[in-house]
Design a protein around this ligand. Structure first.
Ligand SMILES: Cc1cc2nc3c(=O)[nH]c(=O)nc-3n(C[C@H](O)[C@H](O)[C@H](O)COP(=O)(O)OP(=O)(O)OC[C@H]3O[C@@H](n4cnc5c(N)ncnc54)[C@H](O)[C@@H]3O)c2cc1C
Length: 459
C-alpha cells in the first residue's frame, strides 16, 4: 500500500535527543485549530475509530510518541472471535467466569455478536491470520478458554492488525496524525467537551477545538515498575477526566499477567503469551515440579505463582516450552523464541524464568455501549475506557476485539447519535500548563490515590 507520508508528520530520520528516531516538524504550521473529531491515541482503538468515520470528517489524531509505539503493536497471542452460534454460550460463559461475573452482560453480548463482522472487516483490510493447508482460518486457545477461538499471526498478532490499520489511516486525506503531541488537558464548559490542550516536545502549547473528542489513550502500565506496557502509557486520560468530573469505573481492576520473562534490567517486561501455555507449556517451581493448573484465569494463576515464589523464597518460577516441540515453537512463537535467545535462553532446550507483571487495565473512563462518557461530546474506547466487558478480570485475547468493537461504536455514535450542544469554553489559561512535569506528575498522583480509594471501597 502506498503510504501518504504527507499526513504523518515525519520528515527525516535524524536522531535528536528526546525526539527519538523520527523528527517531527512544523506541528504548529500543519495543525489546524478546529477539527470535526480529535482522537487521542494511535493504537488499535484510535485508528479503528478514525477509519470508521467518513472521509468528509476532518480528523486529528495525536500521540505521545511515534504512531507505532502503542501497546496494540505488542499484542502477541491473538484476537478472539465467535465461531458460530454453537460457541456462543461457551464463549459468553468463559468471558463471564474470567471476569468473576462482574461483567456487563449486554456489553459482552454486543462484543461477541459483533466479532464476526469485525474479523470480516479486518480480512478485507488485508490483515493476515494463520490458515491451515486448506486455506481455512486456524484457531488457537489460551488460558480460561474452553475452546480454540483465537485468530493469530505468528506471535505478533497486534502488530499485524495495527500496522495495517495505521497504513490505511496514513493514506486517508482526512486523517492527520501528529506524533510527539501529548494531550495535557481537555477543553470543556458546563460538562460539554470542546477540544483538547496538547503540548509538543518543546513544551509548546496547542489549543485544539472539536465538537467530538475520542480518548483512546490505552492503559496505565507506565505507572508501575514492572509492566508489559510501553512506559509512556501512563493513564493520562484518567487524571484529566477526573479533573473535569468525568465518571470513572473500577479503576482498581488491574490485571497482572502471570508470565513475563524475568529480568533484572529496568524497563518494559517481555510477555510470554498465554497461548504458549494454551499450546502445552508447563510451569515448574524451583525444584522442577509442576505446582498449579497452567490454564486457570490470569488473576488466579498470578496468585498461585506469587504464593509459590513466597513459599520457596524465589524471584521467579520456570516455564517450560519444550512440550510444544521445536516445529510448533518456531512456527507459532518465533518472536518469543528470538527474544528469549537474546536474553540467553533457548526455549527449545531449556525452561525460562518467568514472573507476574502489570499487564492490563479492566477499569477506566465509564462509557455506555456507544462509548460515550458522562461528558457531552467526549468518547472513550479501548483500554482507557470501561464498558464492563471484562468485569474484574479480562479473558485472554478479548481486548483487541473489545477495542475494535467499541471504537466502531464510538464512530457510529458520533455519526448517528444525538449531537452534543456547542461548548462555550473560552480561551484556555496557558499559564496552567507552563510546568508540564508538575502537571503530569499531579495526574499520576491523583490516579494512584483514586486506585487506592477504589480498592478500599471494593474490600
Ligand atoms: C505485551 C502485550 C501483549 C498483549 N497481547 C494481547 C493479545 O494477544 N490479545 C489481545 O486481545 N490483547 C493483548 N494485549 C492488550 C491489547 O494490546 C491492548 O489492550 C489494546 O491494544 C489497547 O489498545 P488501545 O488502542 O486502547 O491502546 P494502545 O494501543 O496502548 O494505544 C494508546 C495510545 O494512546 C497514546 N496516548 C496515551 N496517552 C496520551 C496522551 N496524553 N496524549 C497523546 N497520546 C496519548 C499512546 O501514545 C498510544 O498511541 C496485550 C498487551 C500487551 C502490553
Amino acid at each position: 500500500m502506498q503510504k501518504n507520508v504527507k499526513n504523518i508528520q515525519r520528515l527525516c530520520k535524524e536522531n535528536r535527543s528526546g525526539v527519538g528516531k523520527w523528527q517531527l516538524w512544523g506541528a504548529r504550521e500543519k495543525m489546524k485549530e478546529y477539527y470535526d473529531v480529535i482522537i487521542v491515541g494511535t493504537g488499535a482503538a484510535g485508528l479503528y475509530c478514525a477509519l470508521n468515520l467518513p472521509e468528509r470528517k476532518n480528523i486529528l489524531m495525536i500521540t505521545k510518541k511515534e504512531a507505532d509505539q502503542s501497546d496494540s503493536f505488542l499484542a502477541q497471542g491473538g484476537i478472539c472471535m465467535l465461531r458460530g452460534e454453537d460457541d456462543y454460550e461457551d464463549y459468553f460463559e468463559d468471558t463471564m467466569r474470567a471476569g468473576h461475573y462482574e461483567n456487563n452482560k449486554k456489553a459482552v453480548d454486543l462484543m461477541l455478536r459483533s466479532s464476526n463482522s469485525i474479523i470480516r472487516d479486518l480480512l478485507m483490510r488485508e490483515v493476515d491470520f494463520e490458515r491451515n493447508e486448506k486455506g481455512d482460518l486456524e484457531f488457537t486457545r489460551e488460558g480460561a478458554h474452553s475452546q480454540p477461538r483465537i485468530l493469530f499471526h505468528k506471535d505478533i498478532t497486534g502488530k499485524e492488525i495495527t500496522s495495517k490499520l495505521l497504513a490505511q489511516a496514513q493514506t486517508r486525506e482526512n486523517i492527520e496524525i501528529v506524533e510527539y503531541m501529548t494531550m495535557v488537558d481537555l477543553i470543556s464548559a458546563d460538562n460539554i467537551c470542546g477540544g483538547v490542550v496538547a503540548m509538543d516536545e518543546q513544551d509548546e502549547i496547542y489549543e485544539i477545538r472539536a465538537p467530538y473528542v475520542v480518548l483512546a489513550c490505552g492503559g496505565l502500565g507506565g505507572l508501575y515498575k514492572n509492566s508489559t506496557n510501553f512506559p509512556h502509557i501512563t493513564g493520562d486520560a484518567l487524571g484529566i477526566a477526573m479533573k473535569h468530573g468525568v465518571m470513572l469505573e473500577n479503576i482498581d481492576y488491574i490485571q497482572i499477567h502471570p508470565t513475563t520473562l524475568y529480568s533484572q534490567k529496568p524497563g518494559r517486561r517481555f510477555l510470554i503469551s498465554e497461548s504458549v501455555r494454551g499450546e502445552g507449556a508447563y510451569l515448574y517451581d524451583k525444584n522442577g515440579q509442576r505446582f498449579t493448573n497452567e490454564l486457570q484465569p490470569r488473576d488466579l494463576l498470578s496468585q498461585a505463582i506469587f504464593s509459590q515464589m513466597e513459599k520457596q523464597d524465589t524471584e521467579f518460577v520456570w516455564e517450560d516450552m519444550r512440550p510444544l516441540g521445536e516445529t510448533a515453537i518456531m512456527k507459532h512463537f518465533p518472536n518469543i523464541f528470538s527474544r528469549c535467545l537474546e536474553e540467553g535462553f533457548d526455549v527449545r532446550k531449556e525452561p525460562i524464568p518467568v514472573v507476574p507483571a502489570q499487564h492490563y487495565f479492566m477499569g477506566g473512563i465509564k462509557v455506555n455501549l456507544g462509548s460515550r462518557t458522562s461528558m457531552q461530546g467526549l468518547y472513550a474506547c479501548g483500554e482507557t475506557s470501561c464498558n464492563g466487558v471484562h468485569g474484574k478480570n479480562r479473558l485472554a485475547s478479548n481486548s483487541l476485539l473489545e477495542s475494535l468493537v467499541f471504537a466502531r461504536r464510538a464512530a457510529d455514535d458520533i455519526l448517528f447519535g444525538k449531537k452534543p450542544e456547542p461548548c462555550r469554553a473560552g480561551a484556555v489559561d496557558r499559564k496552567a500548563y507552563e510546568d508540564r512535569e508538575n502537571l503530569m506528575a499531579g495526574y499520576r498522583t491523583v490516579i494512584l490515590n483514586e486506585i487506592e480509594r477504589m480498592k478500599k471501597s471494593h474490600e
